[in-house]
Write a protein that binds this ligand. Structure first.
Ligand code: HEM
Length: 231
């Protein structure tokens, strides 16, 4: 059974001439850290990759250091704890899938790194999912125990309850943290995590168009110039 089709939103960062908005990525990462990270990992993202995309080196060093990581085993095979470094990956909330399921009624909160690419509908789907929980399931809908009704989730019964509520986080840039604002910010952030090279790719694309147009114009001019005496 398919879910309801998500609304198509005019995502600014999806436009060919636009890059990710750094302020949005900052807010989106804050939502991930304060809300999603208690259940969802972001396995493919090392702390360093946010440097320059949304945060400064010092900010990311400080955040990395707040976390403990295992050292490599020493000669005696002992593993110790050390503070995180920029090259470490953002830690997962659970040790393994078993622990994750045990904490979530048997359901597995999937890794979010590539979620925007992995799900049909991408940004529109995740935004709709996060903002689409009705207060009550519609009359006649059956919801299995332990599941929550969400029309956008295929099957409509989802193990994740609504997580975003107005005012849940406090943004440092004073953007009002409405449910839809947080959903938009975290979705754009998750698009960045799935495609951190997008900005670079678009800049290359535009440079390619500009350069090939210039070369084409030049070759047309040369052709006309050469053929002048013959015509
Ligand atoms: C599933 C996003 C917070 C628990 C999902 C899915 C997404 C998502 C995209 C996949 C849906 C699909 O399979 O199509 C988010 C975001 C969050 C967030 C962006 C923060 C804003 C949380 C929290 C919890 C949680 C805090 C735990 C309390 C789960 C579980 C699933 C899930 C258990 C699996 C659902 C199922 O397969 O039925 N989430 N989530 N999520 N999430 Fe979250």
């Amino acid at each position: 059974e398919e879910g309801l089709h998500p609304t198509k939103y005019p995502w600014e960062h999806e436009k060919f001439t636009k890059t990710f908005d750094h302020q949005t990525l900052r807010r989106g990462f804050q939502v991930y850290r304060e809300v999603c990270s208690s259940c969802h990992s972001l396995n493919r993202i090392p702390w360093r990759s946010l440097v320059g995309s949304s945060h400064t080196v010092d900010e990311m060093k400080a955040m990395a250091e707040e976390n403990e990581y295992d050292t490599e085993p020493n000669d005696e095979g002992e593993i110790e704890k050390r503070p995180g470094k920029l090259s470490d990956y953002i830690p997962a909330p659970y040790k393994n899938d078993e622990a994750a399921r045990a904490a979530n009624n048997g359901a597995l909160p999937p890794d979010l790194s590539l979620m925007v690419k992995a799900r049909h509908g991408g940004c529109n789907y995740i935004f709709s999912l996060l903002t689409g929980y009705p207060e009550e399931p519609p009359p006649g809908a059956t919801v299995a125990p332990g599941l929550n009704f969400n029309p956008y989730f295929p099957g409509t019964g989802i193990a994740m309850a609504r997580v975003l509520y107005d005012g849940l986080v406090e943004y440092e840039d004073n953007t009002p943290a409405t449910t839809s604002q947080m959903a938009k910010d975290v979705v754009e952030f998750l698009n960045w995590s799935a495609e951190p090279e997008m900005d670079q790719r678009k800049k290359m694309g535009i440079a390619t168009v500009v350069i090939t147009s210039a070369l084409l114009a030049l070759s047309i001019w040369v052709k006309r110039y050469k053929w002048v005496p013959i015509k």
